[in-house]
Design a protein around this ligand. Sequence first.
Ligand SMILES: *Cc1c(COP(=O)(O)O)cnc(C)c1O
Length: 388
Amino acid sequence: MSRSSVSMQSAFVDFVREIFGDRQRIPLHAPLFGELEEQSVVEAIRSSYVSSVGAMVGEFEQEIVRYTGAKFAIATNTGTAALHVGLSAVGVEEDDEVITQSLTFVATCNAIRYCGAYPVFVDIDSDSLSLSPVRLEEFLHDNSEIRDDGCCWNVRTDRRIRACVPMHNLGHPARTAQIRNICSKFNVHVVEDAAESLGSREGDRHTGRVGVLGVLSFNGNKIITTGGGGAVITDNESVAESVRHLTTTAKKEHPWLFLHDRVGFNYRMPNLNAALGCAQIKRLEQHLLKKRELAAAYADWFAEHAEPFFAERPTTRANYWLNAILLPDRVSRDDFLGYTNDCGIMTRPMWTPMHTLPMFADAESGHLDNTESIESRLVCIPSSVPEL
Ligand SMILES: *Cc1c(COP(=O)(O)O)cnc(C)c1O
């Protein structure tokens, strides 16, 4: 390792401690709570509604609607559950295929498998970290045809390609408008995994709003949290109804009878979690501002130290959920990870690409050059909202 990289690493550790204070361990992303959250959760407990019935779930959903501009929001107990029912609601079934990126969190592919469908991997763009429209169009052009049923079929596997799931990686918006235009030519539904991108925009549009539906997550490590939780956002009323129905054990409305018309799920967000969410969402604008300041500070610091900081694309506004840098190669990445973690600064590599995990190793895919290059070089650095 060169002397300059050692001194860069130790200067980086000092810089992170300047921002986040001299605690022993600086986490990658810690939630921020105060009196607002305590009061809201206590209120839920005192109301005795702590489970999946309660006024705060509806309130939280209205806040999500207001914030994202979507017509409907359905809150769920995890983001993974939201992905599962979202995919089901657009008709993903056993033996279908769903195109996504290999560079994603495992939940994306797990949800596809919960439907009995198979993920198919298409490469990312290096400047968005998300599904490449050019590679997507190539893949569909070379491997698929529209059959008499009006559906897109993979001619190599003889499976129906039902949906495409771009994921807004680390909060950087994917090229969803282009992806949607390609998918509509091939009759493939777009479901956006916007779990990491609450507050991120492509042009004026909140992420998750270009596809038929988008999925959010409010897990403890996300930009705001409900403890565990997620949501489906959509402008499509029948999709919204179908998602709501599936998340509530497919129970039909009736004054007293227990009538269920299909195998549904118990995926609704509990009121206790929604109470936390109602308080957290009040902090979202402030979080976004502070995270932009943090990203700008990192960008300046890394410019001075001649290492590329991963910045938002023009015409997009990232929430900078996790800040990231791109090192020259895997060796320097591993050096940086080793040094910083030894110093108590939590840094992490990118997601391990899905096509290298045993469950998805057999998946169909195009070439994944950008996926592999980015995976070997990217490092996520501490990104909590600084307490000022
Ligand atoms: C966090 C996350 C999810 C959902 O995770 P949950 O913990 O189930 O809320 C889904 N996809 C991606 C890409 C994520 O980062």
